[in-house]
Design a protein around this ligand. Structure first.
Ligand SMILES: *[C@@H]1O[C@H](CO)[C@@H](O)[C@H](O)[C@H]1NC(C)=O
Ligand SMILES: *[C@@H]1O[C@H](CO)[C@@H](O)[C@H](O)[C@H]1NC(C)=O
Ligand SMILES: *[C@@H]1O[C@H](CO)[C@@H](O)[C@H](O)[C@H]1NC(C)=O
Ligand SMILES: [Zn+2]
Length: 483
């Protein structure tokens, strides 16, 4: 046990790291020599080119050629430019394609419209820029939200398929409290070791090559299925054709907001319920529409398949954020760092008071009950040269000695979870792979884990599915659970 004052200090450091997580990477990744790619020009303002009417009325955003909305917040542009950067030539191609897509969308009359809160009907209430009343052609009461339509993906909806699903015919009904341990009293030997990868932000030609390499068919789970990840996608710089490719390979796609705007405190302090809706549900709709436009006959990502969210900068929005998720049929959130030495299983948010304090330390934790899962982000520790550094995302820690240092770091954190078979989340940005030896380390690490024959690398929603209907390892292999 650590002395309590030391732990207190760690918690504070950790909280700061969370807030710094996104900006940290960017500073490092801007080192061009490492990345060996040209600088990027983005954010050209061109208000006549709007790819979808969704962005009308967003007075706090400006438009780029590809319809990408950039917040006018100092510092944000640099940040985004460097982290999601696309080389200029590609950006121009991307812009041309986006223009074509936007025309297609117009012609098709926006196929997603019936699933979504139709953007064109809803002028956004922008507090700062009040517009003449007559422009708000429709009264606020008409902005009814299609919550019921999305409820098929809500946390307790799959009960019908439970009969004989688990060896012990045990299912988790709706509620899975904090500190439940392994569901249905399976023993640690019967329980698979779940590992999930989650990658945040845009999908670009620069980062998809890492994903293609790590999640190639060479890496397979013990049931023979390929390993898959979760992508928390934000709009800016995403190439939706690439996102669609990932989804088609059975990776999971989740919402990480449209604007990813800064400063990070905006999400906790300033964002209204409407803002959370516009950003998170908005990106869910946007993913659906834009992947449909990019993929043509192969089809876009259905709204019902987008079931999770992560807050930009992990900046929580309290009950506004979680209420929005619940009302709009999301299955889970994964934004809460677990500032505790003991890794936690995901749980449902029916009693947030059980997590507030021991796990959630932000002033913006939810306090009301919500019918939503929380896939907590267990803290990582880097133990080097006699000091222990915590980080809430993998790329918040940068071990020395390249491949070997990274491997040691990954193994040690895996082991802390493996002892009790607590699912191990590898939450990160692709930027981490830009460091010498790290990509290689991750590739070897995946191979090592899979050699154990009880490790399953699955998307987050698959993990939640398992918690609701736990299966022993032998049963999983029999039904090829992770395919
Ligand atoms: C798990 O074990 C505990 C204690 O033995 C028991 O009270 C509980 O009902 C069991 N739960 C299930 C789902 O079997
Ligand atoms: C957010 O709210 C704070 C406090 O009310 C205010 O000072 C700040 O200017 C706001 N920031 C933005 C970006 O609106
Ligand atoms: C860190 O590593 C040192 C030596 O490798 C070891 O003695 C120490 O117990 C470790 N500390 C933690 C908290 O893991
Ligand atoms: Zn992000």
């Amino acid at each position: 046990m650590m002395a309590s004052s030391t732990r207190q200090l760690l918690l504070i450091v950790c909280f700061q790291l969370i807030i710094a997580a996104d900006s940290w990477i960017i500073e490092d990744i801007s080192t061009k020599s490492r990345l060996n790619r040209p600088n990027v020009v983005l954010g050209r303002s061109l208000s006549s080119e709007r790819s979808t009417p969704y962005y009308e009325e967003r007075n706090d955003l400006k438009y780029t050629m590809s319809g990408i909305a950039l917040p006018q917040v100092a510092g944000h542009r640099e940040r985004q430019t460097q982290i999601h950067g696309i080389p200029v030539e590609n950006q121009e191609k991307h812009d041309r394609r986006a223009k074509i897509n936007s025309r297609r969308i117009e012609k098709r009359g926006r196929p997603a419209a019936k699933h979504t809160r139709p953007a064109e009907k809803h002028s956004r209430p922008t507090e700062k820029h009040s517009r003449p009343a007559e422009k708000h052609s429709r009264p606020a009461e008409r902005h009814s939200r299609p919550t019921e339509r999305h409820s098929s993906s809500s946390a307790d909806s799959k009960k019908s398929s439970v009969v004989n699903y688990a060896d012990k015919e045990c299912v988790v009904q709706k509620v899975f409290p904090v500190n439940s341990g392994i569901p249905c009293n399976l023993t640690t030997t019967q329980t698979p070791m779940f590992v999930y990868f989650s990658f945040d932000d845009a999908i670009t030609p620069w980062n998809i090559r890492f994903y293609r390499q790590l999640f190639s068919d060479e890496h397979r789970n013990p049931d023979g299925c390929p390993i898959r990840a979760t992508f928390f996608n934000s709009h800016h710089n995403t190439q939706y054709g690439l996102l669609q490719e990932l989804w088609q390979l059975k990776h999971e796609v989740a919402s990480h907001s449209i604007s990813h705007r800064g400063p990070s405190t905006w999400w906790s302090i300033n964002a209204t319920q409407q803002d959370w809706y516009d950003e998170i549900v908005g990106q869910r709709d946007n993913i659906h529409r834009q992947t449909a436009a990019a993929a043509g006959s192969r089809g876009g990502i259905p709204i019902a398949e987008i079931q999770g969210m992560r807050a930009p900068f992990l900046a929580l929005g309290g009950d506004l954020q979680f209420g929005m998720l619940e009302r709009n049929g999301f299955l889970y959130d994964s934004s809460i760092p677990n500032n505790n030495n003991h890794p936690s299983w995901p749980f449902t948010l029916h009693e947030p008071s059980a997590m507030n304090g021991p796990i959630c330390r932000s002033p913006y934790c939810p306090v009301e009950p919500h019918n939503v899962w929380e896939v907590v982000m267990n803290v990582y520790f880097m133990n080097e040269s006699g000091s222990v550094t915590p980080c809430s995302m993998i790329d918040g820690c940068r071990p020395r000695n390249g491949r070997l240092g990274a491997l040691r770091f990954l193994r040690a954190n895996f082991q802390r979870h493996y002892d009790d078979k607590v699912p191990f989340g590898i939450n990160m940005h692709a930027a981490w792979f830009a460091f010498e030896g790290y990509l290689d380390a991750m590739n070897s690490f995946i191979g090592e884990m899979l050699e154990r024959n009880d490790v399953y690398i699955v998307p987050i929603r698959k993990l939640i599915e398992w918690i609701k209907h736990p299966l022993t390892i032998s049963k999983m292999n029999e039904i090829r659970f992770s395919c």
